[in-house]
Design a protein around this ligand. Structure first.
Ligand code: SAH
Length: 354
């Protein structure tokens, strides 16, 4: 698929053409990754963050947010719940919290790997090569780091460098992660103020060119306590709208361009379309859902954006709903680790893979 075809699909409005797109994405999904929907238990382990991303509620300048950091004991208790629910993967996510230093994280990862069969996915923001190497060595299997937008100008405007550091280069880190043998995930927000259809088309082509194992796309949701919180939609006619429809188009195109990639139905998508977001996401390319197992008392303090879906559901409760949904759409919950097929065949095959 050429850039101009991706672009025209993003601009498509005809119901017939869109119905064809959903059908094609679902057929590719069935062929390439099958009926399994992989479940990942999400743990938001710290809301402390040293960065100032203009879109994110965790940014250091947001003084209204209560900050927390889960203790090792709290994390291990949640892991029991996640493994007990039959999951094969835990995702540890946080702001860029300097207290989650190399040794502390490496110790935690080793504990998890020696006491369970869980695959460990990290989503801890931009970290040093030394940290990424040490955590891989400790047993971490996967890493999620969205590049947010492939457009250097827009990226620079929404994602200032960390104090005392040079310009942020997430593409370099993604290549490093792949070289270290991590199953590597990335993605973008859809509808960032200033994002054009051309830019989003380039993002999707880049997913393919990077050979990513996982791709997450979700709508941008303005957070009132951030610089982009009150931003009116940009006045360029080409502004990408932050709608569920545009996210579905991006997911379907991603599935067609990267057939063997794991594509989550994101929490942000289920937030803007609470009724149908998850179901349609699964029918339009998605094959992964990440129920949130963060203890309820911490949820409000991990407000990346407002009104996150299922903020009131415990992990077990959202697990129950997700399994019902998977049955309703005629699919099945995955039972193993749910490694990306691209990974199984690739040169970076994990040594501890079953
Ligand atoms: N600090 C880590 C992980 C937490 S943020 C990191 O930056 O990778 C995880 C993702 O949430 C980000 O990559 C971004 O794409 C998304 N996000 C942040 N703010 C958002 C907003 N206002 N609306 C929608 N998604 C947002």
């Amino acid at each position: 698929m050429h850039h101009r075809d991706i672009l025209s699909t993003l601009r498509e409005t005809s119901p017939e053409a869109l119905a064809d797109l959903w059908k094609r994405a679902d057929a590719v999904r069935r062929e390439a990754v099958g009926p399994d929907v992989h479940l990942r238990g999400l743990l938001e382990i710290s809301s402390h963050c040293a960065r100032s991303c203009l879109y994110c509620g965790l940014r250091a300048e947001n003084k209204g947010l209560t900050r927390y950091r889960m203790t090792r004991e709290e994390i291990l208790a949640c892991l029991k719940e996640i493994a007990g629910a039959g999951y094969g993967t835990v995702v540890l996510q946080s702001g860029e919290d300097p207290a989650l230093n190399i040794d502390w994280m490496a110790g935690l990862i080793q504990d998890i790997k020696s006491s369970s069969r869980l695959a460990v996915t990290l989503s801890l923001g931009e970290q040093s090569d030394a940290a990424l190497e040490a955590w891989r060595e400790a047993g971490a299997d996967r890493y999620l780091l969205r590049f947010e937008t492939s457009h250097a100008g827009l990226y620079g405007r929404i994602h200032p460098p960390r104090k005392g550091s040079g310009a942020s280069d997430r593409l370099r880190i993604l290549r490093k992660l792949m070289a270290l043998g991590y199953e590597t995930g990335s993605g973008v927000m859809v509808g960032i103020p200033g994002q054009t259809h051309e830019m989003l088309a380039a993002d999707i082509a880049l997913f393919r060119d990077l050979g990513l194992h996982m791709v997450g796309v979700g709508p941008f949701i303005p957070h009132p306590d951030t610089p982009l919180g009150g931003a009116p939609a940009s006045d360029t006619a080409d502004q990408v709208p932050p709608t569920d429809l545009m996210v579905f188009k991006a997911m379907a195109l991603t599935r067609i361009l990267c057939p063997g990639t794991n594509i989550p139905v994101t929490t942000a998508l289920s937030t803007i379309n609470q009724e149908k977001g998850r179901e349609l996401g699964l029918r339009r390319g998605g094959n992964v859902i990440m129920p949130n197992f963060t203890p309820l008392k911490f949820r409000a303090s991990y407000a990346i954006y407002p009104e996150k879906a299922c903020i009131r559901d415990s992990g077990i409760e959202s697990d129950r709903k997700v399994r019902e949904l998977i049955k309703r759409v005629g699919r099945q919950a995955g039972t193993g680790r749910g490694d990306a097929p691209a990974m199984k065949d690739g040169p970076n095959r994990n040594s501890n893979q079953r």
